[in-house]
Design a protein around this ligand. Structure first.
Ligand SMILES: Nc1ncnc2c1ncn2[C@@H]1O[C@H](COP(=O)(O)OP(=O)(O)OP(=O)(O)O)[C@@H](O)[C@H]1O
Length: 250
């Protein structure tokens, strides 16, 4: 397993948002986390990425414990998270943003000394620019991008960091149905091309069913069900928890 979490627990005051959850991700696997609002999906995702401190349990990445390491350190090890809200330098161009993300931390000092970016970094940034289809916007300031393009830049920023495990938080949020289908296909293609292991938190069931190898259903901080997309789609208990919370079933 590339990621193994045991008895992960997170509390917010009296609320147990993630309750003794065991989670595994195999190398090359694409796993989606679904569940009704407030089920604990984003919290579990944030615990794995190091974006929230863990209250109980432990997380292993390739056998090494990463529990409560700083998020930057976890990202440098290869577990990289994208956000629901775009995080980039608004006035820098798309290519400059990708170049910063592709820059190994060991070379930040030379960047500050004005030595410029290494050729390897520029090549990596250019490759990612092409992979996420933003070549025509390479010189645009990131703040001038459309909503859909910003989501592609988010994806590019994560890919530029050379991840082994990619954590995607609602990458298609706010996209039109046509953009959503296109983005889902691109994400799946990139995951296969780079042999990435992916954890996806996503509300769009069409996307989840199309891209996932396995789907994990959370409810009230616990794992409710796990299986192949078709099994989850047919599971009457899964449909019940969605309907019980007033959301559309898958
Ligand atoms: N920073 C926080 N402080 C207090 N409570 C929080 C915090 N983050 C999450 N929660 C609570 O923890 C529970 C799980 O939230 P979480 O965001 O993980 O659920 P989710 O399944 O991702 O929901 P959604 O689908 O609505 O995004 C919810 O009851 C939420 O209100």
């Amino acid at each position: 397993m590339i990621i193994k979490a045991e008895k992960l627990t997170k509390k917010f005051g009296g609320l147990v948002a993630v309750d003794q959850v065991d989670f595994t991700l195999a190398a090359g696997e694409f796993k989606s986390i679904i569940g009704p609002n407030g089920a604990g999906k984003t919290t579990l995702f944030n615990l794995i990425a190091g974006a929230e401190p863990v209250d109980g349990g432990r997380i292993l990445f390739q056998g090494d414990e990463i529990t409560n390491l700083p998020q930057e350190r976890i990202a440098r090890m290869g577990v990289v998270k994208t956000c629901q809200t775009s995080q980039f330098f608004p006035s820098l161009s798309v290519m400059q943003n990708l170049s910063v993300a592709a820059q190994p931390p060991s070379s930040w000092r030379s960047l500050w000394r004005g030595k410029g970016l290494a050729q390897k970094t520029l090549r990596q940034a250019k490759a990612v620019l092409k992979q996420v289809g933003l070549e025509s916007a390479a010189d645009c300031p990131a703040e001038a991008l459309s909503h859909g393009e910003r989501r592609y830049l988010d994806l590019g920023l994560a890919l530029a960091a050379n991840p082994k495990v990619l954590l995607l938080d609602e990458p298609t949020a706010g996209m039109s149905p046509a953009e959503t289908r296109q983005a889902a296909r691109l994400i799946k293609h990139l995951a296969q091309e780079f042999s990435l292991s992916v954890i996806l938190v996503e509300h769009d069931m069409g996307v989840v069913m199309e891209v996932s190898d396995r789907v994990l259903v959370m409810n009230e901080g616990r794992i409710f069900a796990e299986g192949a997309p078709q099994e989850i789609r047919r599971n009457p208990d899964v449909q019940r928890i969605y309907l019980g919370k007033g959301r559309a079933a898958c």
